[in-house]
Design a protein around this ligand. Structure first.
Ligand SMILES: [Zn+2]
Length: 271
């Protein structure tokens, strides 16, 4: 056995890897549910096609690990932003953008059962399949301060990835101490910055909210939710068999990230 040859081969493999990396060029992601209204001036997020290991990672997503998996993949495939600063409501859009820009040619199809033609069919995913709820045009940062009818003034921020990390860290640290923590009250405590101009500790904010009357709690929750935006839980896909526009629930299965390739279908339907 000649070790020289082995070395040569390894060199070749490395060279081809480098070439492939260079071909993964970054593109501006111009459209976001937040319309870039919540990022510093001049921020433009750029993305590149996903690599196989990133798609593999995404297909291992479960309810428990989804935050970590998505954050890891965004961190390695995006440029122009610190992942901690990404608005949570933009996160899933970014994952879909990356998926759409990885398979740009037709023929990479996801199987589904079409509710229109009742056949086992497939669709080619693209960004038009997303139903995006954009942040309201009238949104400005000043809208994040409001008063309740008891005169209390609240200011809050739209959640970022860093808030998700804080939440996970906090819950892990205090899991054994804090039982029966209410998730929606906790999430509201995380995004509230000031109450009557005062910066309070997280648990003080939690206590403040917990002790509100039902009426004031309802006001607070509605005011915070008012600017909700992001993507809807349904896709609207085009069935490759009947051409119908069909609603399909979003599921992150391996097949979505690594779809089947079917060039015969393209050849049959090209003209
Ligand atoms: Zn159909």
């Amino acid at each position: 056995m000649k070790m020289e040859n082995f070395d040569e081969q390894e060199k070749k493999v490395n060279v081809s890897n480098i070439k492939e990396d260079e071909s993964l060029s970054y593109t501006d992601i111009e459209d976001l549910p937040s319309r870039y209204k919540l990022y510093s001036k001049g921020v433009m997020i750029k993305g590149r096609p996903l690599k196989l290991f990133e798609l593999k990672k995404l297909s291992t997503m479960t309810e428990l690990n989804s935050d970590t998996v998505i954050n890891d993949v965004l961190k390695s495939s995006l440029k122009g932003i610190n992942i901690d600063d990404v608005i949570v409501a933009d996160k899933l859009y970014l994952i879909f953008w990356l998926r759409a820009n990885t398979y740009r040619e037709p023929g990479y199809s996801v199987n589904f059962h079409c509710s229109n033609c009742k056949q086992d069919s497939s669709y080619d995913f693209n960004l038009n399949n997303l139903k995006v709820k954009y942040v309201d045009e009238s949104f400005t940062l000043e809208k994040l301060t409001f008063s309740l009818t008891n005169g209390d003034t609240i200011s809050f921020h739209i959640p970022k990835v860093s808030d998700e990390k804080r939440t996970i860290k906090f819950k892990n640290t205090y899991a054994s101490i804090i039982k029966d923590i209410s998730n929606d009250i906790f999430d509201m405590s995380i995004v509230i910055d000031q109450i009557n101009g005062e910066n309070l500790e997280l648990m003080d904010k939690y206590d403040y909210i917990s002790n509100l009357t039902p009426q004031l709690f309802s006001q607070l929750k509605s005011k915070i939710k008012k600017w909700d935006f992001g993507i809807m839980t349904d896709l609207e896909v085009i069935c490759n068999k009947c051409g119908g526009k069909i609603p399909v629930g979003i599921t992150f299965r391996e097949e979505f990230f690594i779809p089947e390739y079917n060039d015969e279908w393209i050849a049959d339907n090209e003209f």
